[in-house]
Design a protein around this ligand. Structure first.
Ligand code: ATP
Ligand code: MG
Ligand code: MG
Length: 361
């Protein structure tokens, strides 16, 4: 099969590598430089976007901000409605999807102008998180506000752009579910992953290491079915949640979704019998999903660091991935998967390496 991926970042590269190992032909389309690129090569083909689309049997993506010209030109080559997927880049549409699907989320309201935001903040009785409707990632485009804070400064920071305000959730922890939905509606999900963020950026994920109650897994899979069914989705999809309450009272609130492969699924490259990239390829090409088996794995992001220390490259329990990107503070440039079954040992790894691997600002 010939697959064209929209986007040529690390997710596109890892998708393409999986596609090629499955015997498919893959090209990446850079939405920044508008070049069509063969996998992992710095060179571009001389092909135009139109030629690449003509060549492809199917068009998929590494990120959901699918340009309008691709949507128009690749009509019929997508496995679902790309405009519906693109609409999820707006937090207002995303939150409405949660409400429409009756998936619990932090209470929210949208605003269109600075004046509307000011009015919402003037009535704030709960601590709030403001999020720009578009363009936010790694915690950018977000502001916190509580009654008594400098309202004018907060409104000025958010600018005269549309957005949402939602309640700040005092969560126990953050988890995500990563799974895939096939063309036939079949679904297959990994166990819930625990995610720890620093300054709004994913610092590390634990898969199969800490205790996850079966009831939470059930809630997460239920949300996965509802949301992906509503979108008629095909491929890998991720949902980020807050866990609120403890023990039997614990429940999930959805934070946001990613209609694509996701950073919190990178552990699966070494910790599962089928990685999230392989799952995506299986979904795109109509192959059945395997029964997923996983090995306890810690995924530690490499953020802003100039290199991964040689001690990690050589470690027998570590698998290092370097994205070949220019390091800048706060920019994800790689990740390291570490086999470790015990939570204390995992946290020792984090303590030992996070400060060497992560330059946040
Ligand atoms: P990503 O890189 O995951 O796409 P993002 O910029 O889209 O991030 P969110 O996932 O919405 O942003 O928020 C980043 C982090 O900020 C969350 O993982 C969480 O730690 C914190 N956060 C966001 N919203 C809330 C909230 N309502 N209550 C408490 N914490 C929140
Ligand atoms: Mg996000
Ligand atoms: Mg997030």
């Amino acid at each position: 099969m010939k697959v064209l991926f929209v986007g040529d970042g690390q997710l596109g590269q890892m998708l393409g590598a999986s596609g090629i190992s499955h015997g498919h032909e893959c090209l990446l389309y850079s939405t920044r430089s508008h070049e069509v690129k063969p996998l992992s090569a710095q060179v571009s083909l001389t092909w135009s976007l139109a030629e690449a689309i003509e060549w492809a049997d199917v068009v998929s993506w590494e990120h959901e901000a699918i340009p309008a010209d691709v949507i128009a030109a690749a009509d019929g080559k997508f496995l679902m409605d790309p405009a519906r997927i693109k609409s999820l880049t707006d937090r207002r549409a995303e939150k409405k999807l949660f409400d429409d699907c009756r998936v619990a989320t932090s209470p929210w309201q949208s605003y269109s102008t600075a004046a509307e935001l000011d009015k919402l903040l003037s009535k704030a009785s709960e601590p709030l998180v403001l999020k720009a409707a578009r363009g936010g990632y790694d915690g950018k485009g977000q502001w916190r506000f509580r009654a008594g804070d400098d309202r004018a400064a907060c409104v000025a920071a958010a600018g005269n752009e549309p957005g949402i305000v939602e309640h700040l959730i005092p969560f126990e922890k953050e988890v995500s579910i990563v799974g895939a939905r096939g063309k036939d509606g079949s679904v297959c999900c990994y166990p819930l992953i625990t995610n720890v963020h620093t300054d709004g950026i994913l610092s590390y994920s634990l898969a199969g290491i800490d205790e996850i109650p079966a009831a939470l897994q059930q809630q997460a899979e239920d949300a996965f079915h509802r949301l992906t069914d509503a979108l008629n989705y095909v491929g890998v999809f991720a949902i980020e949640f807050f866990v609120v309450g403890e023990g039997a009272a614990a429940k999930l609130l959805v934070n946001e979704v990613a209609p694509r492969v996701h950073n919190s699924g990178h552990w699966s490259m070494s910790g599962a019998n089928c990685s999230q990239f392989d799952l995506h390829m299986r979904a795109l090409t109509g192959m059945p999903f395997p029964e997923l088996r996983i090995e306890p794995t810690l995924m530690l992001n490499v953020i802003g660091a100039k290199r991964i220390p040689v001690g990690l490259w050589h470690h027998k329990d570590a698998q290092c991935h370097w994205y070949n990107k220019e390091p800048r503070p706060g920019r994800k440039v790689g990740h390291v998967n570490i086999r470790t079954a015990n939570q204390d040992t995992a946290l020792t790894w984090v303590e030992q390496w996070a400060s060497k691997l992560q330059v946040l600002s």
